[in-house]
Design a protein around this ligand. Structure first.
Ligand SMILES: [Zn+2]
Length: 243
């Protein structure tokens, strides 16, 4: 709605207002056209309208600049948020990798390349009751490593004190109330009291004791002695080791 006014004093603000409204909605070029059309009646009006238009033009310019500035600000904020999200994702991925690496580094397989043969708690003529460990079928002379860092508490023949069935054996005490045992060894490379690191070579595999063929017999025990074994495969897998 537009009410025509003749007073010069009130005309200018009205044009200004109208032009500014148009400017906001349609853009500067349309405002200039409308301003010229409205001002075509009289010379006075034209002058006024021109003045108003130039005023609007600078207002539009300022507004455009402000909008561009605001848009740039928003774009910068978006880019920043995007970068932050990316960095956060990268950080959490890195943290997960670090955690996985740490978990894997803390325990490892006793032999690198093997075939899982007789499993834990398996029944059979070879054992008094059931199998007390996990067998890793490997050729004689395969490098056997400490599955976790600790102190050697048993090492030598006669199952290192656990009986002739084990042949040459090693038992390592770990800091978390568990022990690992390695049996049927061809050669023992550590001594009682020796501190070993995760993955350090402790022996070479063999076929000594009550063994049906070359393999490493591996146990996880809750004490240093025979009869306290738990499932070593489940134990290692729970530590993040792939078997
Ligand atoms: Zn075995």
């Amino acid at each position: 709605m537009f009410t025509r006014v003749t007073s010069r004093s009130s005309r200018t603000p009205q044009l200004r207002t109208r032009a500014a409204v148009l400017a906001a909605g349609l853009g500067a070029s349309v405002v200039l056209g409308a301003g010229v059309a409205a001002a075509a009646n009289t010379v006075t009006a034209t002058t006024t309208a021109t003045a108003a238009t130039s005023g609007v033009a600078s207002a539009v310019e300022a507004q455009a600049a402000a909008q561009a500035k605001a848009a740039a600000k928003v774009a910068a904020a978006n880019a920043k948020a995007k970068a932050a999200a990316k960095a956060a994702a990268a950080n959490s991925k890195k943290a997960a990798q670090r955690a996985a690496a740490k978990k894997a580094a803390s325990w490892t397989r006793p032999v690198k390349s093997y075939r899982l043969s007789a499993s834990y708690a398996q029944a059979g003529g070879m054992w008094q009751s059931t199998h007390s460990g996990q067998d890793f079928a490997v050729p004689t002379g395969t490098r056997v490593v400490a599955a976790h860092g600790g102190t050697v508490v048993k090492a030598g023949g006669n199952g290192a004190g656990d009986g002739p069935a084990y042949g040459n054996a090693v038992v390592i005490k770990h800091g978390n109330g568990t022990f690992s045992q390695y049996a049927h060894l061809a050669r023992v490379d550590v001594k009682v009291g020796q501190i070993v690191a995760t993955g350090q070579r402790i022996a070479l595999s063999g076929n000594t004791g009550n063994s049906s063929g070359p393999h490493l017999h591996f146990e996880i025990r809750t004490t240093a002695n025979y009869g306290t074994a738990i499932n070593p495969v489940a134990f290692l897998r729970a530590k993040g080791v792939t078997l």
